[in-house]
Design a protein. Structure first.
Length: 83
């Protein structure tokens, strides 16, 4: 099972996508949301960054404090074994 992490800027609180960094994270369904966000932050070089996390069912949104950026983590049906 894989997850897609997207780190982008915001404009007026909404994702702007004038620039974006993406990473694919391997994990299983037993992975907690906290562990998933930590892996996504580590994959994008954002470890240690503090902020608020919101869970929307199949998507996790992380908004760091005092930054106009957002991190989205979504489930992907990509399987590395097929590639």
């Amino acid at each position: 099972m894989a997850y897609l992490a997207e780190w982008t800027d915001t404009y007026g609180g909404d994702a702007n996508y004038s620039w974006v960094k993406r990473a694919t994270i391997e994990g299983d369904s037993a992975l907690s949301n906290l562990a998933l966000v930590r892996r996504a932050k580590a994959a994008l070089g954002l470890s240690g960054l503090r902020g608020k996390t919101h869970h929307y069912g199949d998507m996790i949104e992380f908004r760091p404090y005092r930054m106009a950026c957002v991190l989205f983590v979504t489930w992907s049906d990509y399987c590395s074994e097929e590639a």
